[in-house]
Design a binder for this molecule. Structure first.
Ligand SMILES: Nc1ncnc2c1ncn2[C@@H]1O[C@H](COP(=O)(O)OP(=O)(O)OP(=O)(O)O)[C@@H](O)[C@H]1O
Ligand SMILES: [Mg+2]
Length: 492
């Protein structure tokens, strides 16, 4: 059989490579992974707006690279996923530096040296040049020029690595009037993301260097979602279980935590352990690969994001030798739960949610963490009974109830809904493992959209709709998601 060599065509291929789907936060995190793998003790992020031509650099004092290593690092396909990796290496695919950077910008510059007596060596990918020439042509940066670049982004180490991004064309529309503010918001979201993703390195992990992470010289403090170092003992979380499971040759560590009730936390501490400023959004599995957070805030369909699970957070740890079981992707921002682990995790979660709901039911009338729940759970301590009532002061509900002019019809409607709540059926469906509740779907954004549409048609104010989307315990969208939905309605 005759063989034909069909290498990728540079111009179109590089365009497709840019669309792997990184957010700015996950792209920067991918580069910090490289610095940590290179045993950096300090990583500095430098960014400046520069009149709508922003620059962002990730600078580390790690072991750096020789010129040959810089070339290899910048070339696509030089390292495959099957290459043996050391235990603390956060890489896998040999792609992250390029794919993460190209997803955000058109000019990627890598400058490094492994020995302070050597010259700096730099290589740049300029994607316009690659497209124009339709060839993988990279630019070599002379040592003197490297020094200018390093000075420009505030590099002060004697050796190490700088990754510099210029010509951002993907992160946001730089020509928009509010682009600078939007960029600032992205940068502050970036700080939050890094504080959570690398919190175990910032605190100092066994076998790795303690990481000092700064953005524009400001220290990024770690965000520990398990509140294991509280300000006072009342704010301490409880470790409910700590077990190690084996999957083939790989071990998975699972630690289940119950956070203290928010009323025993100071406001600032509660904020610090909240995800996106919302306490209940923090419930779920926190999956770490070699100590680095990959995914957070989801129960992976093993449980629902509910009032009962609000205080439960489960830490799941796997090593980089188990990547095939978790099917991690290049972005390292999602995993598939190994099927054989689901039942064991479900057991841990059930145990956790039982404790979590007891913490709540100790209160006579449960003060909801949602600002505006539609349903309120009322616990009668004497009878040891729970019942659910409609929250008549819920802003959207109140507007609709008020539109019913006859008071008796209003009360009748409320009581028919409250008494007809099919609790027994819901109980059956929840305990039947093969049935999924529609309201429990992961397409919360879609549900939010439907809800917003119908409230809007009913004449409810957009601000009230926005609050309902953000504060409802079933929907619980982020402010950005709710804004998207509202903007869509507003445009029409
Ligand atoms: N900051 C750095 N310091 C030292 N070496 C680095 C640095 N960044 C990248 N490298 C080298 O370049 C190589 C390629 O990096 P890249 O991020 O593209 O892939 P990877 O980290 O090997 O795998 P992944 O695609 O999973 O991130 C790394 O394996 C490492 O050898
Ligand atoms: Mg990498």
């Amino acid at each position: 059989m005759k063989l034909l060599s069909l290498p990728p065509v540079a111009g179109p291929f590089v365009q497709s490579l840019r669309s792997i789907g990184y957010s700015m936060e996950s792209a920067v995190a991918d580069l910090i992974d490289n610095s940590i793998s290179a045993r950096a003790g300090s990583v500095e992020i430098f960014t400046e707006w520069r009149n709508a031509d922003p620059v962002l650099a990730i600078i580390d004092d790690g072991y750096g690279m020789t010129p040959t290593e810089v070339q290899k690092a910048m070339q696509l396909g030089t390292i495959g996923p099957d290459n043996e990796r050391s235990e603390n290496d956060l890489g896998r695919f040999g792609m992250g530096l390029k794919t993460a950077s190209f997803s955000q910008c058109k000019k990627l510059t890598l400058i490094s040296r492994a020995d302070s007596n050597d010259d700096w060596y730099g290589i740049r990918w300029d994607l316009d040049l690659v497209e124009r020439e339709n060839q993988w042509l990279a630019q070599i940066i002379k040592p003197a020029e490297c020094e200018l670049y390093l000075k420009d982004v505030g590099f002060e180490y004697s050796k190490g690595t700088a990754v510099i991004w210029n010509t951002f064309d993907r992160a946001l529309d730089l020509t928009a009037a509010s682009a600078e503010r939007a960029y600032d918001r992205r940068v502050s979201a970036l700080v939050d993301h890094l504080a959570l993703t690398f919190h175990r390195f910032i605190r100092g992990r066994e076998g790795t260097k303690k990481l000092t992470l700064r953005l524009n010289k400001r220290l990024i403090k770690g965000m520990d979602p398990f509140a294991t170092r509280p300000e006072t003992s009342r704010q301490a979380s409880t470790l409910l279980s700590d077990e190690t499971l084996r999957l083939g040759h790989c071990s998975i560590k699972i630690k289940a935590y119950l956070l203290p009730h928010p009323s025993s936390m100071t406001h600032s501490f509660a904020q610090r352990v909240s995800l996106n400023g919302e306490h209940h959004a923090g419930q779920g599995l926190y999956i770490y690969r070699a100590g680095r957070l990959i995914s957070s805030g989801s129960w992976y369909r093993l449980a629902r994001a509910s009032e009962a699970n609000k205080l439960a957070r489960v830490q799941v740890d796997f090593d980089n030798n188990a990547d095939h079981l978790w099917r991690i992707d290049v972005r390292k921002s999602r995993v598939d739960l190994p099927a054989s682990l689901r039942e064991q995790l479900r057991r841990v979660i059930i145990q956790c949610s039982k404790k979590s709901s007891t913490t709540f039911t100790r209160r006579a009338k449960m003060p909801s963490l949602d600002i505006e729940p539609v349903w309120q759970r009322v616990y009668d301590r004497d009878k040891e009974q729970v019942h659910y009532v409609l929250n008549r002061s819920h802003s959207a509900l109140a507007v609709m109830l008020q539109s019913i002019t006859c008071g008796q019809t209003r009360s009748a409607l409320v009581s028919i809904i409250e008494t007809a709540l099919p609790l027994a059926l819901i109980k059956n469906d929840v305990s039947a493992t093969n049935i999924k509740l529609d309201q429990d779907s992961e397409d919360l954004f879609g549900q939010g959209q439907k809800l917003a549409e119908s409230l809007f048609k009913a004449g409810i104010d957009l601000e009230i709709i926005f609050n309902a989307l953000v504060h409802d315990s079933n929907i619980g969208l982020t402010r950005e998601q709710a804004e998207k939905i509202i903007n869509k309605i507003e445009v029409r």
